[in-house]
Ligand binder design. Structure first.
Ligand SMILES: NC(=O)c1ccc[n+]([C@@H]2O[C@H](COP(=O)([O-])OP(=O)(O)OC[C@H]3O[C@@H](n4cnc5c(N)ncnc54)[C@H](OP(=O)(O)O)[C@@H]3O)[C@@H](O)[C@H]2O)c1
Length: 271
């Protein structure tokens, strides 16, 4: 039996942590908003009061946080993981923060700590059902069985390779959604009924994007999607991804920041 600390019980983290309850491991959970630990504690997890407390006795420390700033606070802030993580432990970073943040944090971790970057593809439905795609880089062999509780584990290579692959795949997915939004705006301008356009698109190369817009088991904040494309466009100058990022920023500024990604479509209009 191992002791697992799971830090970050948001839309994704809560169902992912719940997947670990049945694995025969000891589960310690921590979340900035304390109330979110309660359902897991009621199901058998233990709650820690700080990230440091959660990490202190863990063999594996998993982080699933919103963005690089949140990860920085949890790892290196007051009462952060870095101050207490055991020298034999492995840190598994599952947030989408990009390879630059992963490289920077690895440099600052105590020497000898195992490290895996393992961001995921798939939203809240697959998170609850253990059907995520886990894009794992680094010391994956140390935690592969554990990661299998979340879904299919893809070995991406050395540390940072999972974070890099995640940005590539999510950038394509997000740009597909904003492209459907633009095409629907064109359809409106040309008098093509929306459902006619969507049904036609669903039969073509944008099928997955239409499926994402119609998905009922996805819950991914527009603000986090904008964060992902900001990470991508910081890494390389690419006009189409920049345009997709800007649609997400516009939607967030117009009040959709905390709504699911699909709502960006309603904020895309002809100039
Ligand atoms: N939702 C999806 O469909 C999806 C799919 C794949 C990957 N992801 C990625 O997975 C990560 C988590 O996404 P999510 O949808 O679960 O987000 P979420 O519901 O917004 O949860 C974010 C988590 O981060 C914590 N957090 C944020 N800022 C913090 C800070 N400064 N200090 C400490 N904790 C902080 C939140 O704590 P509080 O509860 O206190 O706010 C919460 O636990 C993100 O990187 C996202 O891009 C999301």
């Amino acid at each position: 039996m191992s002791t697992i600390a799971f830090l970050g019980l948001g839309r994704m983290g809560a169902p992912m942590a719940r997947r670990l309850l049945g694995t025969g491991n000891d589960l310690i959970v921590w979340n900035r908003t304390v109330e979110r630990t309660q359902p897991l504690v009621a199901s058998g997890a233990r709650a820690a009061t700080t990230p440091a407390e959660a990490a202190a006795e863990a063999d594996v420390v998993i982080t699933m946080l919103a963005d690089p700033a949140g990860l920085e606070t949890v790892l290196f802030g007051a009462d952060g993981v870095a101050g207490s993580i055991r020298p034999t432990a492995c840190l598994v970073e599952m947030s989408t923060v990009g390879p630059a943040a992963v490289a920077a944090l690895r440099e600052r971790l105590p020497a000898g700590i195992g490290f895996v970057d393992a961001p995921v593809m798939g939203s809240v439905g697959p998170a609850a059902n253990g059907e995520l795609t886990v894009l794992a880089g680094g010391d994956v062999d140390r935690v592969e069985k554990l990661l299998g509780a979340f879904g299919r584990v893809v070995h991406c290579g050395g540390a940072g390779s999972g974070a890099a692959r995640k940005l590539v795949l999510i950038s394509a997915a997000l740009a597909g959604v904003t492209l459907v939004g633009e095409v629907l705006a064109l359809a409106q301008a040309l008098g093509v009924p929306r459902d006619t356009a969507l049904d036609g698109l669903a039969a073509g190369p944008l099928a997955a994007s239409v499926q994402r817009i119609r998905s009922a088991d996805s819950d991914f904040d527009v603000s986090l999607a904008a964060k992902d494309l900001t990470l991508a466009t910081d890494a390389a100058a690419l006009p189409q991804l920049t345009a997709a990022r800007d649609w997400l920023r516009i939607a967030a500024a117009e009040g959709a920041a905390g709504q699911d990604l699909r709502s960006v479509v309603e904020h895309i209009h002809p100039a």
